[in-house]
Design a protein around this ligand. Structure first.
Ligand code: ADP
Length: 605
């Protein structure tokens, strides 16, 4: 906005500087327009004077005039001449025609009938009279002393032979010119050589002086009674030439204030008159002001338009800058977020890797522990196993010896029977050995359909020696059909071995230990229970039995891992292992597993 004000201020200053030039141009235009009017006025004046100038000479040649002058007492002649002069004035269209004798006394005049008759009046003081006498021609402009009218007087001597006997004079009034001038918009003034305004359509300027009147001229005016001296007052005027032209700018102080006008002057050489035309400068000023106003308004409008455009541009730029910075901020934000996300991703990846590693480690550890648990179980079972193997081996030995004896005695049939018994013993040992091998094997991680009835049966085969060693009874009514569950065969077998092992441990002091196995289907789940008649679980054991390393057994006998490992195995199969005390004493452990369809190839581990 400040810029707009500054521009406007500069324009205002420029306008102020330009104003005089514009005004001057319009003043010149006024002057140029006036020139034609001035030329016309000058021509008309010059023509009128020129036309009238020759008339007195022609009139003077009328013989009757010389006749009257030489016989002034001829009373019959005077009225005749008077009338003739009146007719002449009328026909020439001049104000007065009159005849004077050599003393300047008027003896006949066209105005003889009127109140202001020249007849009998003496005009010897007028230069036109003296000039006519002296040089044969006289002319003079003056305020008529009789008529009180401004007039131009022309005179010529009347000759009687070669002798001057009188003077004939013609007066023309100039009021008609003024009336014509008044019709034009401009003011016209005519100054004589004494700087007196003699003619003007402004009546109040009559006889005012436009410059100093020389002393000699003043005396002459007084002597010739050309103008009333009292009327000769200077017109307060200041004249400045209009640069580059012959025009002037005049400021005239009047009754109603100052008037400023463009003035130009022409000359009528014959009479020594200067004809000037004056036009008010107000229209020029008005036009200049108009131009300035239009220019100012245009400048204001353009400035406002420019300011608006400029402001819009600034606003646009500001908006662009704001948008750019906003965009940069957003980009920075996005980059920051991306960095954060990248970091978070990397961390997540790292965590996932860590977890995978940890899980692998856990699985490995778990696997190791399972293996360790199994080996521990094997260790526990080894005494019973050795008994289990020794017994058939001893029987095999006995049967072999018996067979040899029967063969010696040619009792082939008995020998064959003993050999058959040996064979069945070997089969039994092979079965146990197979189970042991399977049990010791590292399980695979994969899960799938597992025949639960068969698994329980395998586990029972494995545990039978221990059961027998403990003198425990095993109650189990296997279901009529196979029960397929989701799991891993070896691992499930280990769970069952663990549970039966724990049951036997809990019944160590029991005189009639008894393990009851139940395998049944409940909805979509398979429920397998191992119940004993042992000590049952103390509160602490109920709460923590599945925690790793929780054991109530003396050191060297229990690691406290069996249940923890079993729990995790069952959980891996989406199953559940829970413990409870039986109402009649002893504990019951329940394995809950998902039922599944038998596999097409029936192979899980
Ligand atoms: P460990 O057998 O090496 O002690 P387990 O994890 O197999 O480890 O068992 C943890 C504990 O749970 C045992 O020490 C015992 O106190 C209790 N427990 C397990 N099975 C039974 C059961 N059938 N009757 C009573 N207590 C049991």
């Amino acid at each position: 906005m400040a810029a707009v004000l500054a521009v406007l201020a500069v324009l205002a200053v420029l306008g102020l500087l330009a104003f005089p030039h514009i005004e001057r141009a319009y003043q010149i235009e006024i002057g140029d327009r006036d020139r034609a009017t001035l030329d016309l006025a000058t021509q008309v004046l010059r023509g009128a004077i020129g036309r009238t100038e020759t008339l007195p000479g022609l009139l003077a040649e009328r013989p009757i005039l010389a006749q009257l002058l030489t016989d002034p007492e001829n009373s019959g002649l005077v009225p005749f001449v008077n009338e003739q002069l009146r007719q002449t004035a009328l026909s020439l269209g001049v104000s007065d025609v009159y005849l004077m004798d050599t003393t300047g006394l008027t003896i006949a005049a066209s105005s003889y009938r009127t109140e202001r008759s020249f007849v009998g009046r003496r005009f010897d003081y007028r230069p036109y009279f003296t000039d006519a006498l002296a040089s044969g021609r006289g002319r003079f402009h003056a305020l008529g002393t009789t008529s009180n009218e401004r007039g131009y007087f022309f005179a010529a001597p009347v000759l009687d032979g070669t002798e001057i006997v009188g003077v004939v004079a013609i007066k023309i009034t100039l009021d008609a010119f003024e009336a014509t001038w008044a019709e034009s918009g401009a003011t016209i003034i005519v100054q004589d050589m004494s700087n007196v305004i003699f003619l003007s359509d402004r009546a109040d300027w009559h006889f005012r002086t436009m410059g100093p009147v020389p002393e000699v001229a003043l005396e002459a005016i007084a002597a010739t009674r050309q103008y009333p001296l009292s009327a000769l007052r200077p017109l307060p005027v200041r004249r400045i030439p209009l640069r580059g032209t012959e025009y002037e700018i005049v400021t005239i102080e009047g009754d109603s204030g100052f008037e400023t006008m463009v003035m130009q002057t022409g000359l009528i050489a014959a009479s020594g008159w200067r004809v000037s035309i004056l036009s008010p400068t107000a229209p020029a000023r008005g036009q200049a002001l108009g131009v300035m106003t239009i220019a100012g308004l245009a400048a204001l409008f353009l400035s406002l338009v420019a300011a608006t455009i400029w402001q819009r541009r600034i606003r646009l730029e500001e908006r662009l800058v704001r948008q750019r910075s906003e965009q940069e901020r957003l980009e920075a934000h996005v980059q920051e977020r991306t960095r954060d996300l990248d970091a978070a991703n990397a961390q997540l990846r790292q965590e996932i890797e860590d977890r995978i590693r940890a899980e692998a480690q856990l699985r490995k550890t778990q696997g190791d522990l399972v293996q360790a648990g199994k080996l521990a179980a094997l260790g526990q079972m080894s005494a019973a196993l050795s008994h289990e193997f020794n017994q058939p081996l001893a029987a095999v030995k006995a049967y072999a010896e018996n067979a040899a004896t029967f063969l010696d005695r040619d009792r082939v049939a008995e020998a064959r029977e003993n050999i058959g018994l040996i064979s069945s013993m070997a089969d039994r040992m092979a079965t146990i050995s197979k189970h042991l091998r399977n049990f010791a094997r590292r399980p695979q991680d994969k899960t799938g359909p597992v025949p639960m009835r068969a698994v329980v049966s395998d586990a029972m085969d494995l545990m039978r020696p221990r059961l027998q060693a403990a003198g425990a009874q095993l109650a189990y009514a296997p279901p009529a059909t196979e029960v397929w569950v989701t799991g891993g065969r070896v691992r499930l077998q280990q769970v069952i071995v663990n549970l039966i092992g724990n049951a036997l441990d809990a019944m160590e002091d029991d005189p009639a230990p008894m393990v009851t196995l139940t395998l049944q289907v409940s909805g979509t789940r398979c429920l397998f229970e191992v119940a004993d008649t042992g000590t049952g679980l103390a509160d602490e054991a109920l709460a923590q039995a599945f925690d790793p390393f929780f054991t109530t057994k003396p050191p060297g006998q229990g690691l406290g891992l069996g249940l923890s490992i079993s729990y995790n195995i069952v959980r891996d199969f989406n199953g559940r292992l829970s413990a409870a005390n039986r109402a009649g004493g002893g504990a019951v452990f329940t394995v809950e597993l998902d039922l599944t369809d038998p596999p097409s190839d029936m192979a899980a581990e």
